[in-house]
Design a binder for this molecule. Structure first.
Ligand SMILES: [Zn+2]
Length: 454
């Protein structure tokens, strides 16, 4: 119908008039046709990590080989790109070689047809080629900010986690995944998005070298209605501390106690440093015993990471389901965790203590909690963190004397006393200047709140 209208309007004007019209004027004649009658259902991306069972050792080796092909192609194309660039710099013949996914992908097709690289045809084309997407992205980041982003580097065999991505045409059937050139492999693990459309899968090896474990990170397009929704109203302030966070109702979200794990990790690190080739300055070839101990060490690291990850997931979910808006301090973690080492001329003080505090701050997973809140909660507001811990949440009196101890807040002006973190969380909430819709009662939190929220 629109096209008819244009044709009619064209007929009314003589052809000469149309030709003299400016391009923008013609564009204004064409109506905006971007109104699809049926809108596609709105979806969001969610990734699920599932255990992948190769079934037998040979299939596991085949998966490792696909990852190895990806690594080989990355290294080959990186060297090739550098060589092309050096030649171009020396002779300035032809166009500058650009490392985009498009150009790298074209070179990959040539490489695959090269008789010397005929073995590449044994591996899935799309998966291996997609490693060049990561290479192109690494180059883009480097060109954008050469100071902070390093140049893409070669991937060494023993320092690279075997992994590859299936970028398109993912085939899944119940609890099975089809890996091209390998076959159908079994998946295990709870999957809340089982019926949704899988978009991409990253297959990754974890675990020690003699006992590899494979995981599939499946990215789904999930309809918005199927995603767990947070609360629709209410606001909470959140004071993040070392090892715990407290909200403005007084609820404490503790991070897991990993002291025992930390001690085990330290012991394992000491054990590893005594192995041939694994010490900090040991240049001898790395021993197999060291490799085994390193596997045990990495296992402990993974356990600790999972524990912290779980704690931040739980805390962010509880917060998102309690209040629509979560107010946090705008913390500069990088500045806060800067080393106290100083320079050679002006050495810093309390270096060891600051290093310990830094480790504790980073281990608290503040950044992680914020990232998870960003997609679970309705809204995350950041406020200036200055003096939130020294201000009285009832009368607004500010003073260092308000904190008789680390845990207790006692106002010197009005005598108001409560837990210091709880007080800070209330200040953070008030600072956002939000209409404070009362949060539905949840046991001890509401009782502890009293009349604190203005
Ligand atoms: Zn006061």
């Amino acid at each position: 119908m629109y096209i008819c209208a244009i044709m009619v309007s064209c007929k009314q004007e003589s052809p000469a008039d149309i030709r003299t019209l400016h391009r923008t004027e013609i564009a204004s004649l064409v109506p905006d046709t971007h109104h699809p009658t049926i809108e596609a259902p709105e979806t969001v991306h969610r990734t699920v990590r599932l255990r992948l069972y190769p079934g037998d050792a040979a299939t596991g080796i085949l998966l490792t080989a696909i990852a190895g092909a990806c690594r080989h192609v990355w290294n080959h194309m990186l060297a090739d790109q550098e060589r092309r660039f050096r030649l171009w710099q020396a002779y300035r013949i032809g166009p500058k070689p650009v490392p985009t996914f498009f150009t790298l992908g074209r070179r990959f097709t040539q490489l695959r047809n090269d008789p010397d690289h005929a073995w590449l045809k044994d591996y899935p084309f799309a998966c291996v080629r997609y490693s060049l997407k990561y290479l192109a992205d690494a180059y883009q980041r480097y060109f954008k900010d050469p100071q902070t982003e390093g140049k893409p580097r070669f991937k060494a065999k023993h320092f690279t986690v075997p992994a590859f991505t299936m970028p398109e045409a993912v085939r899944m059937d119940g609890d099975r995944l089809r890996v091209p050139k390998v076959g159908w492999l079994r998946l295990a693990g709870s999957n809340p998005y089982a019926g949704c459309q899988p978009l991409t899968v990253r297959v990754r090896m974890e675990g020690t070298e003699p006992h590899p474990k494979w995981y599939a990170y499946v990215c789904y397009a999930v309809p918005v209605e199927q995603v767990r929704q947070g609360a629709t109203d209410g606001a909470l302030g959140l004071d993040r501390n070392v090892g715990q966070a407290t909200d403005s109702e007084g609820t404490v979200y503790a991070l897991p106690d990993t002291d025992q794990l930390d001690a085990n990790i330290k012991r394992k690190q000491r054990e590893l440093s005594r192995k041939q080739g694994w010490g900090p300055k040991d240049k001898r070839p790395q021993s197999n015993r060291g490799r085994r101990v390193n596997g045990q060490l990495q296992k402990l690291h993974r356990t600790r990471k999972r524990k912290r990850d779980d704690a931040t997931h739980r805390a962010s979910r509880t917060l998102a389901e309690t209040a629509h808006t979560v107010v946090v301090e705008d913390l500069n973690t990088k500045g806060m965790t800067a080393s106290a080492k100083g320079t050679r001329e002006e050495p810093g003080t309390h270096v060891k203590a600051k290093a310990g505090l830094n480790r504790a701050i980073l281990a608290s997973g503040w950044g992680q909690l914020e990232r998870k809140l960003a997609y679970k909660a309705g809204q995350v507001v950041k406020v200036d963190p200055a003096y939130t811990s020294q201000t009285c949440s009832r009368c607004g009196h500010v003073g260092q004397a308000n904190r008789p101890s680390q845990a207790v807040f006692a106002c010197q002006a009005c005598g108001w006393a409560l837990n210091a973190d709880h007080n800070a969380a209330i200040n953070i909430l008030v600072r956002a200047g939000l209409p404070s819709v009362p949060v539905p009662a949840r046991g001890t939190g509401a009782a502890a709140r009293g009349g604190a929220i203005p």
